[in-house]
Design a protein around this ligand. Structure first.
Ligand SMILES: Nc1nc2c(ncn2[C@@H]2O[C@H](COP(=O)(O)OP(=O)(O)OP(=O)(O)O)[C@@H](O)[C@H]2O)c(=O)[nH]1
Ligand SMILES: [Mg+2]
Length: 146
């Protein structure tokens, strides 16, 4: 069982990503959904960007194996706070593997791949960009998760 928590600013695409992947909506903070991939079971948790990393339960972070931090490449504001989030995650998430995800819903790009890469390198985490509507669990993302 791999526990995965999605975090990121309001409107960064977390719930859209999960909905497209699971075909069902999750009640934030109270609900999770299982999905089997290969011989692994993923347990996916949504959170809301209204919360800051301080208020998302530290235990929740601690219990996560993987934390996906999502921003929208077309919305600069969802990237601006990334550094603060990642700091918080690394502080509380101890053993969780953090993956930075640039979500491409809209091609009107404001955040360059270079900027995403640079941030990921600074914090020594993985980085990918994915089209969450059409290819939500790309082979690349699977490889990072499994
Ligand atoms: N163009 C386009 N936009 C979409 C599509 N699906 C969702 N969106 C938009 O993508 C944005 C992402 O919203 P959410 O997935 O709710 O974001 P979130 O990260 O869950 O936000 P919070 O729960 O508030 O933290 C919204 O503005 C949606 O309207 C789509 O198929 N095409
Ligand atoms: Mg949401």
């Amino acid at each position: 069982m791999i526990k995965i928590t999605l975090v990121g600013d309001i409107g960064s695409g977390k719930s859209t990503f999960l909905y497209r992947l699971l075909g069902t909506e999750l009640k934030v903070g109270h609900d999770f959904q299982r999905i089997d991939i290969g011989n692994k079971t993923l347990q996916l948790w949504d959170t809301t960007g209204q919360e800051r990393f301080e208020t998302i339960s530290k235990l929740h972070y601690k219990n996560s194996n993987i934390i996906l931090f999502m921003y929208d490449i077309a919305k600069t504001n969802t990237f601006d706070n990334a550094e603060r989030w990642i700091n918080g995650i690394q502080k509380y998430g101890t053993n969780a593997k953090v993956i930075l995800i640039g979500n491409i819903i809209c091609e009107d790009r404001k955040v360059t791949s270079f900027a995403g890469n640079r941030l990921a390198q600074k914090y020594n985490i993985d980085f990918i960009e994915i089209d969450i509507v059409n290819n939500n669990l790309s082979d690349h993302l699977k490889k990072l998760i499994l």
